[in-house]
Write a protein of this length. Structure first.
Length: 118
């Protein structure tokens, strides 16, 4: 499985960005797609996830109500719509995929930089 993240950039506080993560290679047997982020000097943290077959979503409290995760099955792509961005959302955002409904993520994309200016 290869994951290619894109859509990052520089935006002012209060603005919006949409991240994309295109999945290629193995396209079956993937249960969950997720987004994580890592800010400078901080550990990587969970942002959101979606179950590929059911569409069930889950969000970190810090982004709930502002971010929306979705999929386009025909394009094998997962999106992260980010609204009302804050400077503390600045980070490298990574998409990831796992085979099982819980536990470790098996595949990771390369990351895309999101910078929110105040």
């Amino acid at each position: 499985v290869q994951l290619q993240a894109s859509g990052g950039g520089l935006v002012q506080a209060g603005g919006s960005l949409r991240l994309s993560c295109a999945r290629s290679g193995r396209t079956f047997g993937i249960n969950t797609l997720g987004w994580f982020r890592q800010a400078p000097g901080k550990e990587r943290e969970f942002v959101s996830r979606i179950t590929w077959s059911s569409g069930i979503t889950y969000y970190a409290d810090s982004v709930k109500g502002r971010f929306t995760i979705s999929t386009d099955n025909a394009k094998n792509t997962v999106y992260l719509q980010m609204n009302s961005l804050r400077p503390e959302d600045t980070a490298i955002y990574y998409c990831a995929a796992r085979v099982n409904p819980t536990g470790q993520y098996n595949y990771w994309g390369q990351g895309t930089q999101v910078t929110v200016s105040s």
